[in-house]
Design a protein around this ligand. Sequence first.
Ligand SMILES: CC(C)(COP(=O)(O)OP(=O)(O)OC[C@H]1O[C@@H](n2cnc3c(N)ncnc32)[C@H](O)[C@@H]1OP(=O)(O)O)[C@@H](O)C(=O)NCCC(=O)NCCS
Length: 195
Amino acid sequence: MSVLQQSALRPVYPVRTERLSLRPLTVDDVDALFAYRSRPDVCRYVPFEPMTREVIDERLATQWANTELTDEGQALTLGIEDAGTGQLVGDVVLFWHSREHGGGEIGYVVNPDFSGHGYATEAARGLLRLGFDQLGLHRIIARIDERNEPSARVARRLGMRQEARLVHNELFKGEWSTELDFAMLAEEWLAYRTP
Ligand SMILES: CC(C)(COP(=O)(O)OP(=O)(O)OC[C@H]1O[C@@H](n2cnc3c(N)ncnc32)[C@H](O)[C@@H]1OP(=O)(O)O)[C@@H](O)C(=O)NCCC(=O)NCCS
């Protein structure tokens, strides 16, 4: 897919997957977001600290209010909703890092009450579809602390290749973090989604 196709990503919401709806977060999600984003175990290997309701309110009014990607440097955060129950079970994010290089990155968080059902994998697959098929990205990465084994399993289930293991490359929350770098190219995505 040509990088010339990277003009913007303006999804039609909700973005449906087999069991889930991906859609922008709203003020009605504060309680559901607080239920997991306030938990130290959930935040252990992610860049943010446990969140207060005030921080969640502030995010909802700023970066999470973004519903499209129109240029590099932007991020699109979407709620993961169980399409059957309407329950918010987590959230995913797609970063558009570079227009020139067609580069993006994904991240995912699931409420531990809803883990073990494949929701993170299914939602992240939906995000790869948006990044590759709609935005026209060339390469999407995921960067994961080696100790975060459930997250690395998600990346592997998605068909992402492990490209690097960066030993103690970041002092992360007071400890050295060994980073696993995963990636998928547009042509690999095509092969993956049409096996
Ligand atoms: C990383 C994280 C999202 C993984 O959550 P998860 O529930 O393990 O991942 P999934 O939702 O894809 O579920 C996969 C599990 O469900 C099981 N499963 C059940 N039904 C499934 C289905 N239909 N499809 C896929 N997996 C299914 C899988 O076997 C797998 O279990 P396993 O890892 O023990 O083999 C979660 O641990 C989390 O939110 N952590 C905190 C935030 C974080 O660290 N994010 C990543 C930052 S890099």
